[in-house]
Design a protein around this ligand. Structure first.
Ligand SMILES: [Zn+2]
Length: 479
């Protein structure tokens, strides 16, 4: 009797809960294992510490009954990297946002500038565009391409960084910059060849060789739109042995999307390390002063003045306003894709979802930075029944994680619900999740997302942004 009393006292003095946080009763959906069942998930020290069919105890318990519990979404194409841009992204279920196409330069300085300011995990490639501009305009500190207000506009029309063929000296400076960026932990090499039309196939090939040698992928916006430049990038990757990721296949493939998807499938079947992604909108967005609008743009983009909208005012352009605004510099939206092609890419096996979200300037911009992931889950998967929910989730969790994990082992702990995985978790209502961002109100957060947890910390709780939560960490290659 006495012994039993002492035992009871001892038990009462032990901590009651083994875990920091429990997400109870949710429909756990893990595309890595195809688990789709009610489970209780525990989080301790920023990691997933238990997955259980029976209830768990924790210091905090969130009841997720009726809600889907998924690995947090990984966006491989996120230009907008300010705290505010990433907060909007968090409200779309994203827990990792990487700037892979444009990339950054210098790399270490960029990572240092983001430290402690990010609600979700962040990272970048070393950018060919920025490295090239640094090679031609050493007086200019070119930072993140596309970041905030354009620095391209400051260079005036026809900047050498975009429009001059590189001589041996510039080539040397560029290669050194790219190697230096990789030494500083960049996640690959980012290319926007359409923005640097003077970059010859030989230049691109030389830089793909660095990617191959360093075993990092090249993330490429091709030289122009349609299948021919995509084939050029694939051939260069084959020749050099570089792994290749072609960005935004919807806009890059334009009306050739079906043939492009076939080409990618065939190349993959032949053993090539080749992937692609799509954003779920029929309009693109970029900077009007960029080389993309050099003479010949109508043939390249397959559009005309009236298909372009000046983001700041919402007006459609004419030849006169096109020329005026191009001198001034600023963001535009281009209506250039067919929904049928975008749908084909979204539904196609292996094609990832990535936003290409550009920075919001005074609340203006393209809605893809705010609504991409909820739009695929709500509009395309649930409402249009384009693809099953689990397949849609795979395209935003395990597939992007796997794209990176060969050269970035930390990604083996992301994109899945598994014991020991990072506690990056998105809890949403599959019946109501939907994008609400529009071209008129592009920063409107998505609906139906209940909780977004980043490394065990709530960034969105009960559908509301936790404003001072900045648990995002650097995603970076450790030398
Ligand atoms: Zn692009």
């Amino acid at each position: 009797m006495k012994a039993r009393f002492i035992f009871a006292l001892l038990a009462a003095s032990l901590p009651l809960s083994a875990h920091d946080l429990v997400i109870a009763n949710g429909r756990v959906m893990d595309p890595a294992t195809n688990l789709d069942a009610v489970r209780h998930i525990a989080v301790t020290g920023g990691k997933i510490s238990a997955i259980s069919e029976t209830p768990l105890t924790g210091d905090k318990v969130v009841n997720a009954a009726g809600l889907a519990v998924s690995p947090g979404f990984i966006d491989l194409h996120a230009h907008g990297q300010t705290t505010e841009d990433l907060q909007i992204k968090a409200q779309d279920g994203v827990t990792t946002a990487l700037e892979m196409e444009g990339g950054v330069y210098p790399v270490a300085a960029w990572y240092a500038s983001r430290k402690g300011k990010a609600p979700i995990h962040y990272g970048a490639t070393v950018g060919h565009i920025s490295a090239r501009f640094a090679a031609f305009h050493p007086e200019m500190r070119v930072g993140q391409w596309g970041g905030g207000r354009s620095r391209l506009a400051l260079l005036g029309p026809n900047p050498a960084g975009a429009n001059k063929v590189a001589g041996p000296e510039e080539m040397q400076r560029m290669s050194t910059a790219i190697r230096e960026g990789l030494d500083e932990g960049a996640l690959g090499i980012g290319f926007g060849i359409n923005y640097t039309p003077a970059a010859t196939p030989e230049e691109i090939e030389a830089l793909f060789r660095i990617a191959a040698e360093r075993k990092v992928p090249a993330f490429v916006h091709t030289r122009a739109f349609g299948i021919a430049p995509i084939r050029e990038a694939i051939d260069t990757a084959k020749k050099t042995g570089a792994a290749l990721h072609i960005v935004h296949i919807g806009s890059s493939g334009i009306s050739d999307v079906p043939q492009v998807l076939q080409l990618i499938d065939e190349s993959r079947a032949a053993g090539m390390d080749l992937t692609t992604e799509v954003y779920p909108y029929t309009a693109a967005s970029t900077m009007l002063e960029s080389a993309m609008f050099n003479p010949g743009w109508q043939e390249n983009l397959r559009i005309s003045y009236g298909d372009i909208v000046w983001t700041a005012t919402g007006e459609r352009l004419t030849q006169e306003s096109f020329e005026r605004y191009r001198k001034q510099g600023g963001w535009v939206i281009m209506y250039m894709m067919k929904d049928a092609n975008v749908e084909k890419a979204i539904a196609h096996p292996g094609v990832m979802i990535a936003s290409d979200g550009v920075p919001f300037v005074d609340g203006k911009g393209h809605p893809r930075g705010a609504g991409t992931f909820a739009r695929v889950l709500g509009h395309y998967s649930r409402d249009k029944k384009l693809l099953p929910l689990m397949d849609a989730l795979a395209k935003m969790t395990i597939l992007p994680a796997k794209r990176l994990e060969a050269h970035l082992p930390m990604m083996k702990h992301k994109g899945r619900i598994a014991i020991g995985a990072d506690a990056d978790i998105t809890v949403f209502d599959a019946a109501t999740i939907i994008d609400r961002a529009t071209f008129e109100a592009p920063t409107t957060p998505s609906a139906g997302i209940s909780h977004v947890i980043v490394g065990g910390t709530f960034v969105v709780r009960d559908g509301k942004l936790v404003k001072d939560a900045l648990p995002g960490r650097a995603v970076r290659v450790t030398p």
